[in-house]
Design a protein around this ligand. Structure first.
Ligand SMILES: *Cc1c(COP(=O)(O)O)cnc(C)c1O
Length: 352
């Protein structure tokens, strides 16, 4: 089905003001936004219009009760300059998974993908061409109904904004295994991409940074031993030639990079086990020399190589190089740039 997206073009573009060699992370936005309102039990006419402020009622329920969810994905260009999306239907599905958990209306998945394609096509001049760079896309939904009271809102906005992002030259990171605060427990909202999950993570992340670490490694809510994930990334370990990653237990976000990395590793002949992983097991592997690599996976950063994990007063050394992690990163970037074969049909052209 094609939807009738109502388009109002910006009178001029700001793209000429962007220095593509020095893109300020997360602070520059493209000329337009996609916006659709939910009123009277239905999604109204979808629009693409110049990016701008949105009037918000002070009683808007998202501000008080936190019905707010989001997605994150990237558009890249191939050698011919054609804009491509990476598995957008996966983000559409996950947004609706999050929406159901948070008592919010689902957004039509075909319109989600069509809106993305349309806005990326319009903003193609904003997509940084270097491999590893991308136009970051942020679809999100929040409750707009002005109401003081505890129930699901009856009106929402679904919006897509876009922000160019340069290549991440990440250094090897150090994680802090958190033993006081938790991110999520089974039955909570950890498996939804809900804004509130991040609110609860901000303070612990600041504490970890003040101790000299880059990110928090979240542990389970019961024993503070089973590994969940990292800040905005899922996590993989390579022990004795084999990969392991925590199984999706109801508290972990089902990352699209995670599932793509599992496929890439298996394509390259590696075994990948999804199962509960204790920090004790990682400690032991580090001590006996079988811990070969560890990396985080997520859309924003791609693959982040892990050097060490701090736990209480100990530092668990992981490794100083990550050849397989690097191969996985090069594979994802190469497929996104249209330079490597897209074996699994992950890339979606934004033009029909
Ligand atoms: C978004 C996110 C990830 C990574 O998911 P991708 O789909 O790979 O970008 C991992 N953990 C959390 C908590 C997240 O919010």
């Amino acid at each position: 089905m094609t939807h009738n997206i109502h388009i109002t073009k910006a009178t001029e573009s700001n793209v000429s003001k962007l220095d593509f060699n020095n893109i300020p992370l997360g602070r520059t936005f493209t000329d337009h936004m996609f916006i659709c309102s939910y009123e009277d039990g239905a999604w109204q006419t979808p629009k693409i219009q110049p990016l701008g402020m949105i009037p918000t009622h002070p009683a808007a329920m998202a501000l008080h009760y936190g019905q707010a969810i989001f997605e994150g994905m990237k558009a890249t260009v191939n050698a011919a300059g054609e804009p491509l999306l990476f598995r957008p239907e996966q983000n559409a599905k996950r947004l609706n998974f999050s929406a159901r958990r948070m008592g919010m209306p689902e957004f039509p998945e075909d319109l989600f993908v069509e809106g993305l394609k349309k806005i990326v096509d319009m903003e193609r001049g904003w997509i940084p061409p270097q491999e590893g760079s991308a136009l970051y896309l942020r679809p999100f939904m929040y409750a707009t109904e002005p109401f003081i009271g505890m129930r699901a809102a009856t009106s929402y906005h679904f919006i897509i904004i876009a922000s160019p992002a340069g290549p991440f030259f990440t250094k090897r990171i150090k994680l802090y295994a958190e033993t006081k605060y938790i991110r999520a427990a089974e039955g909570g909202t950890g498996e939804a991409k809900a804004a509130g999950n991040y609110a609860a993570a901000i303070r612990p992340t600041e504490i970890a940074k003040s101790k000299g670490f880059d990110q928090v490694l979240w542990l389970d809510a019961h024993e503070f031993n089973f590994i969940q994930e990292v800040g905005t990334m899922n996590i993989f370990f390579k022990i004795n030639g084999k990969f392991i990653t925590p199984s999706l237990d109801g508290a972990i976000l089902d990352g699209i990079t995670r599932k793509s990395v599992i496929t890439i590793l298996e394509d390259n002949g590696y075994e990948v086990e999804q199962r509960p992983i204790k920090l004790d097991e990682i400690k032991e592997a580090s001590a006996n020399g079988t811990l070969e690599e560890a990396f985080g996976t997520g859309t924003a950063v791609g693959i982040a190589m892990i050097q060490a994990i701090g736990h209480k007063d100990e530092e668990i050394h992981v490794s100083d190089e990550s050849p397989v992690g690097q191969m996985v990163m090069d594979t994802i970037n190469g497929v996104r740039a249209g330079k490597l074969e897209d074996k699994h049909n992950w890339m979606v052209s934004v033009v029909a």
